[in-house]
Design a protein around this ligand. Sequence first.
Ligand SMILES: Cc1cc2nc3c(=O)[nH]c(=O)nc-3n(C[C@H](O)[C@H](O)[C@H](O)COP(=O)(O)OP(=O)(O)OC[C@H]3O[C@@H](n4cnc5c(N)ncnc54)[C@H](O)[C@@H]3O)c2cc1C
Length: 426
Amino acid sequence: MSNKASDAAIVANIDAPIFDPVAWRLTELESALAERARKLGIEKFAARAETWDREAIFPTENYQDMHEAGLLGICIPKEYGGEGGGLKGYCLAAAEIGRYCGATALTWNMHVCSTLWTGALADDLKMDDALRRQHEVSRARHYARIVKEGRIYSQPFSEGGAAAAGFKPFTTAARSVDSGYLVSGKKIFASLAGHADYYGVLCTHVKEGKKPSQRDTLYLAIPADTKGVKVVGDWDPLGMRGTVSRTLIFDDVFVDASEELMPQGVYFMAASNWPHMFLTLSPTYMGIAQAAYDFTVRYLRGEMPGTPPVKRRMYPTKQIAVAEMRVKLEAIKALWFQAITEACCRPSKDQILRAYATNHSVMETSNDICRLAIRTCGGQSMLKSLHLERLYRDSRCGALMLPWTAELCLDRIGREALYEHGESDD
Ligand SMILES: Cc1cc2nc3c(=O)[nH]c(=O)nc-3n(C[C@H](O)[C@H](O)[C@H](O)COP(=O)(O)OP(=O)(O)OC[C@H]3O[C@@H](n4cnc5c(N)ncnc54)[C@H](O)[C@@H]3O)c2cc1C
């Protein structure tokens, strides 16, 4: 066979799993979940992603598909009808979704956190029997809605102040009233606003004569159609346009006590003992990094659908650029895989510093790989007819996600590396 003929027959295996199950020693469950997500991404989400992005609309159809595929319950324990995925299983699947539709992966993260935090993470926390029973009754209610009815939960905690960064109590306040709470406040960048069935709101339980404290954080599921809940403002951002992260207003909203996602005090315990819970925003951007690399290989080989079959791979500068991208991609894959594998309750200081380093690296490198991809592929690659320019815009958002923004990860690493707990120079 001539080189030409063999070239025509060979197409790069661009859509192979990001983490090959054998090479990365995935469990059967991890491998199956990632595969289910990858299949949906390739067959359904990739083609729809342009519409959500261009029109800044929520990917409702994708959520219907994820419900049918059991993925809305990926982190719901098996005894409650879910998939029992755990943090690592979820992260591997979410990276595959992020590869094909960033907005779907990022909003799915908000939904999944309401089940992961109340599921595997809460199981690791110390609760007495009464508290544990209370938690099990309440999570069973939320899980049944998700598994049986396909209900979607979101996770608005940002307020524009220091609370979402983890430095102050939330200003959104819940006051005790008969059989529940009255909630008032505002949440900004509330992904899924107007589309989630329940808003998983973090707020402070305000008590008469007591200073607001992070220990009194409540995690409440507020039904979207409750009186006093409003979605305001527009949503016309640079990237992640399909997340529809508008502003939510809660104006004396009555929330039944049975809508607690975690009993009082348990969210604070989770955030203090299970810090990797904030790493779950990173899979989306791991997927985007892989997608930008895949795009570049396909494009330089002249195999990008919708473009003329012009090869550019023979130029040494292109080869070096792809090599540089591959080095960056392998580095974040290895670091990220280690961090999601070792994530646990009460991690060591070393593990926590690595988690910050991982989040920082994935968020920044994802954008860097997209930047290199556009520079390497050239002018045609930034046209809106191709998806690389969307990857580039979406990737820019990763470093902005609180509480572990790229800046705050550096801030925490520097401080915690140089000071032991309780140390100061005063
Ligand atoms: C696409 C997208 C989707 C989002 N979805 C959600 C969502 O579903 N739910 C949700 O709750 N939030 C969501 N967010 C919000 C996100 O987590 C941040 O809250 C938001 O980007 C903060 O914007 P800001 O300019 O108000 O930040 P600011 O609070 O003004 O902070 C700006 C930067 O300053 C730094 N900073 C902040 N506080 C401190 C501090 N105390 N010390 C030192 N540095 C600090 C951080 O690096 C931060 O990035 C989303 C954001 C984006 C971009």
